[in-house]
Design a protein around this ligand. Structure first.
Ligand code: ATP
Ligand code: MG
Length: 327
């Protein structure tokens, strides 16, 4: 019996999806392309589904969707059918995968205009996605710091940053953190003057000399003390998780700790380092086979690290991982 068949023989616990179900929305972003966001999203989803959670994976990489490929799914309907009004309800673009408990909303790879949606259009489908009855909804974001990526990231209860130990990825991740935080603050700020300052701060070479969220707090404090206080509270509440992917050495692993310290020191932002994942040839082998790593190579080093990271991320104590596929 292969892994999937074994999986299918399991009872499907707790898939009651009534409105009282606690819903967690996780978004996987990080700025740089090709760092493993889709790989991570897929396998976080599989891990949760294996734990008996009802999970929805959403390909939020608008215009460059490929989550379906990692799952070996060839969807007949995608997000573009919803966005273009070909179907009325978002539920109609939802497909079940071969993995019990795991559903997918595939990205709109067939409708290029979607990569830059209007704000109202975007907020509409973010809302619709949030309304779906799943215990976990995982958003796989695209590369870069577009407002679409930032808004998806901010819509989640848990934002997960995926960085790899390369200067370009590290740089983009810091930029992503900063941009996300500024966007978040701009949304909660009331005063137009404060909003304007935040807009200027988003330009890294701004003439106000604001280079970090710390600088922004100091500046805003001088124009509006109340807004400064709110800014501090917003910073405090913003605590993304960090995963270092494709690690090859001890130094690579410690990158997560140094990034955590730097974020606190320079941005005042508390980043929670939840784990590292080895660079592992099994990952590309699984990708080539269009199969999730967790199904194809459950005992690989990367699979185990993903499971450990998920455990670290879960607040719910009751979720015990019965790693059946390894048994
Ligand atoms: N831990 C790892 N070990 C080895 N290869 C990996 C690992 N993580 C990801 N990869 C490989 O890196 C490549 C990019 O992965 P993936 O498509 O998930 O990145 P992405 O961040 O989603 O890219 P994009 O920004 O284009 O959406 C894939 O070929 C994948 O197999
Ligand atoms: Mg991707």
């Amino acid at each position: 019996m292969d892994n999937l068949e074994l999986f299918k023989t399991l009872p499907l616990p707790g898939i009651e999806t009534g409105s009282d179900v606690i819903k967690e929305i996780w978004a996987i972003g990080g700025g740089k392309g090709g760092t493993g966001k889709t790989f991570l999203s897929t396998n976080l989803g599989v891990t949760l589904a294996r734990a008996g959670k009802r999970v929805l994976l959403v390909d939020a990489d608008l215009g460059c969707a490929n989550l379906h490929t990692c799952l070996g799914v060839n969807p007949k309907v995608t997000l573009s059918d919803f966005v273009q009004g070909k179907v009325n309800k978002i539920e109609e673009v939802l497909v079940e995968t071969e993995i019990p408990n795991l559903a997918l909303i595939s990205g709109a790879y067939d409708y290029l205009e979607i990569s830059n949606p209007k704000y109202t259009q975007k907020m509409k489908f973010i809302r619709k996605i949030h309304d779906l009855n799943f215990e976990y909804i995982i958003l796989d974001l695209g590369a870069g710091t577009s407002f679409t990526n930032l808004d998806f990231f901010l819509s989640a209860n848990m934002g997960i940053l995926n960085v790899i130990p390369e200067p370009t990825s590290i740089e983009n991740t810091y930029r992503f953190i900063k941009s996300t935080f500024y966007r978040r603050f701009k949304k909660v700020a009331r005063d137009p003057e404060v909003k304007e300052v935040v807009t200027m701060a988003m330009d890294e070479k701004n003439r106000l000399g604001i280079r970090t969220p710390h600088d922004l707090i100091d500046y805003i404090d001088t124009i509006d003390e109340k807004a400064g206080q709110m800014l501090k509270e917003t910073i405090y509440a913003f605590s993304p998780k960090l995963i270092v992917n494709q690690v090859r050495s001890k130094d690579d692993i410690t990158l997560g700790f140094s990034m955590r310290s730097s974020c606190l020191k320079y941005f005042g932002i508390k980043v929670d380092y939840v784990g590292s994942i080895e660079y592992d040839d099994h990952v590309w082998r699984a990708t080539k086979k269009k199969r999730p790593l967790l199904l194809e190579y459950p005992s690989s080093a990367a699979s185990r690290s993903i499971e450990r990271a998920v455990k670290n991320m879960l607040a719910e104590e009751e979720l015990k991982f019965d790693l059946i596929l390894r048994a």
